[in-house]
Write a protein that binds this ligand. Structure first.
Ligand SMILES: Nc1ncnc2c1ncn2[C@@H]1O[C@H](COP(=O)(O)OP(=O)(O)OP(=O)(O)O)[C@@H](O)[C@H]1O
Ligand SMILES: [Mg+2]
Length: 250
């Protein structure tokens, strides 16, 4: 039996009168590379924060890595990695200091942490930069370091919230290659949000969220086939509402 890495059932969140996430039913398989797409304000970050136990649901629930997010928050947090939409690295610390600091927070003994840090730095193309302050790195390398730190404790499920936002095309492509290689070598489940829709083509499956509701779910090839279009971007445009007019497009 392969347990679901993520299973949300009727999961929802309100912020006052704002229904950020309506009722999400979603299963993500173990080792799946899952893309969570949607326009600005669709509820992507809210969903990630609910699954990562940073927010309490207003309704419904979810299991992540086999544990209930409401009842077993600590067990969930030990098994997930989370890379926030905004970087949370310390810009004045060096690359390796950032990782060592995270290792201490995770209570990893030095003999475990040091070889892991060495391996991650070389895997992520940061080996030659380890003694430089984060502030000296390009946006792409900072994101790579954010991700390296996010997997230092060897999580089962990795949440990446807009990992490529603000990066140039080459840096975005390199980062995607890195994420795919990571997932192939470790069998990690990757749950990634993005609004660069075309980037999500290599995902096993994608969900499109719009206004807190699922607008589409499936393998990119199937979604394109169903909609009779040639790109994921066209699927996205067909399934999501127009941002500047009431009930405009579609
Ligand atoms: N803490 C909060 N308080 C009030 N409203 C919030 C809060 N967090 C999110 N919202 C609202 O909930 C909705 C969903 O926001 P969310 O950040 O989850 O969207 P998103 O899909 O991640 O958007 P983006 O692509 O811009 O990152 C938006 O209308 C947003 O304004
Ligand atoms: Mg967001």
């Amino acid at each position: 039996m392969t347990a679901a890495a993520i299973a949300a059932s009727g999961l929802g969140k309100d912020f006052g009168a704002v229904r950020a996430l309506d009722r999400l039913d979603l299963e993500v398989r173990e080792a799946e590379f899952f893309g969570f797409l949607g326009p600005n304000g669709a509820g992507k970050t809210t969903t990630v924060h609910l699954l990562a136990t940073l927010l309490a649901p207003s309704r419904g629930g979810a299991r992540v890595a086999g544990y209930d997010v409401a009842r077993d928050g600590l067990a969930v947090r030990r098994r997930i990695g989370l890379v926030f939409q905004e970087t949370t690295l310390d810009r004045d610390l060096t690359v390796e200091e950032n990782l060592r600091f995270a290792a201490r927070l995770w209570d990893l003994p030095r003999r475990v942490a040091e070889p892991r840090i060495d391996r991650l730095l070389s895997q992520f193309g940061l080996d030659g930069r380890r003694r430089e302050p984060v502030r000296a790195l390009s946006g792409g390398l900072r994101r790579a370091l954010d991700i390296a730190r996010g997997i230092l404790h060897e999580p089962r499920v990795l949440f990446l919230d807009e990992p490529t936002a603000g990066l140039d095309p080459r840096a975005r492509r390199s980062l995607w290659q890195l994420i795919r290689a990571l997932r192939e070598s470790t069998g990690l489940t990757v749950f990634l949000t993005t609004h660069y829709v075309e980037e999500a083509e290599p995902c096993d499956r994608v969900a499109i969220l719009d206004g807190g509701r699922l607008a589409a779910l499936g393998a990119p090839a199937d979604l394109k086939g169903e909609a009779g279009v040639g790109s994921l971007e066209e699927v996205f445009l067909a399934r999501t509402g127009h941002p500047f007019a009431d009930g405009g497009a579609a």
